[in-house]
Design a protein around this ligand. Structure first.
Ligand code: AMP
Length: 351
């Protein structure tokens, strides 16, 4: 931060921290109210103009606030090194900062940065899951091939909005008309079953895989349409099912599934080591659909902590049996770092 004085750094830091926690453009009033900067709002405003000119902030299109640029975020992360910080990745980080910038972070980073690329590349992700012997829903390259119900999923930060089901090419063509210009989507076999998200933690220090818990997504409005009988749904002609997540429901899985679930996680870890040096470690999540036939289809993997671990701030039944003390995924990560420091193996878990 050669070109900034202490006060500007303080304001920039406040803006970045506010942005990271709210994901919204930040205005000078918020900084004045929430942070103890010790200068007038007018001075904060002037400094924000200066920081914008220097390329650390950019104007937002949707409000009067500003958002940090990748340059500012990189600076922030690199500065943190001096404070003995270890960065813990989460989904929003990747969305906001981008993989390229994350790979350039100089701050110590928990987990294997390079695995994120594999997780976010659909084709490699699919190959990874298949090589691990997992059942994955069939993908359709062309609408002509649709021979069963498919779910059409759009990519990016849409979070399940606009997803639709189609039963054949004609149905697909009819429905895709409402998504003009959208090119980035997949057509995946629709699996009827329970969406079950499996939360694992793998420690390379003792080469052990733990099941941290499970959650079921509460999605709007696909999960609420069941509250309306088919007869009454006719009264709601404009309501299409969407898969926007609104919450996470803790769930305990049928016990006889557990050995298979543990085996699935172990296979994912084994295969990850073939993709990139060191493979995957730390928390990860398999997003599955469990069918009445007992099949477990995996439709996605998240190679980091996910929001579905939030119901377990005090731990899940699984972590309780293992640790006999509250063990959230966050605390598990902290414990891993402590153990690594004790064993003088910190480099093993930083990537
Ligand atoms: P995604 O954006 O891939 O995380 O999917 C969002 C939601 O869509 C999931 O939580 C499921 O409820 C549903 N979903 C996604 N893929 C499938 C599938 N292949 N079969 C059935 N439901 C799916």
């Amino acid at each position: 931060m050669i070109d900034l004085v202490a006060r500007q750094i303080q304001i920039l830091r406040a803006i970045i921290e506010e942005f990271i926690s709210t994901a919204k453009p930040v205005g000078s009033d918020t900084i004045d109210k929430k942070f103890n900067i010790g200068v007038s709002p007018a001075t904060i405003r002037n400094e924000m103009v200066y920081l914008t000119k220097q390329g650390y902030l950019q104007k937002s299109h949707i409000s009067a606030g500003r958002i940090p640029t990748p340059l500012a975020l990189r600076l922030y992360v690199n500065e943190l090194m001096k404070e003995k910080v270890i960065f813990i990745p989460h989904a929003s980080l990747i969305e906001y900062v981008g993989l390229d910038n994350i790979e350039k972070f100089k701050v110590p980073y928990y987990g294997n940065k390079h695995i994120l690329r594999f997780e976010s590349d659909r084709n490699i992700e699919r190959k990874w899951l298949k090589n691990a012997g997992l059942k994955v829903p069939k993908l359709f390259e062309s609408a002509k091939d649709i021979d069963r119900a498919v779910i059409v999923k759009f990519h990016g930060a849409k979070g399940g909005k606009g997803y639709f089901l189609a039963k054949n090419e004609k149905d697909f063509k009819e429905k895709i008309k409402h998504h003009k210009g959208e090119k980035d989507y997949v057509m995946q076999e629709y699996i009827v079953g329970v969406p079950m998200f499996i939360h694992y933690f793998y420690s390379p220090l003792n080469d052990e895989l733990e099941v941290m818990g499970f959650d079921k997504r509460y999605e709007s409005n696909v999960d609420s349409l069941g509250r309306v009988s088919a007869r009454d749904q006719i009264a709601l002609p404009k309501v299409d099912p969407s898969y926007v997540i609104v919450g996470n429901i803790p769930i305990v899985v049928r016990e006889s599934y557990l050995p298979r679930i543990i085996g699935m996680g172990e296979n994912v870890i084994r295969e990850s080591k073939k993709l990139v040096k060191g493979g995957l470690w730390g928390p990860f999540c398999l997003e599955t659909i469990m069918t009445p036939e007992g099949d477990i289809y995996v439709f996605e993997i998240s190679a980091r902590i996910v929001a579905g671990t939030n119901p377990y701030i005090h731990g899940s039944p699984y972590t309780w049996l293992r640790y006999n003390e509250p063990m959230s995924t966050g605390r598990r990560i902290a414990r891993e770092i402590k153990n690594a420091i004790k064993k003088k193996q910190l480099t093993m878990i930083l990537g």
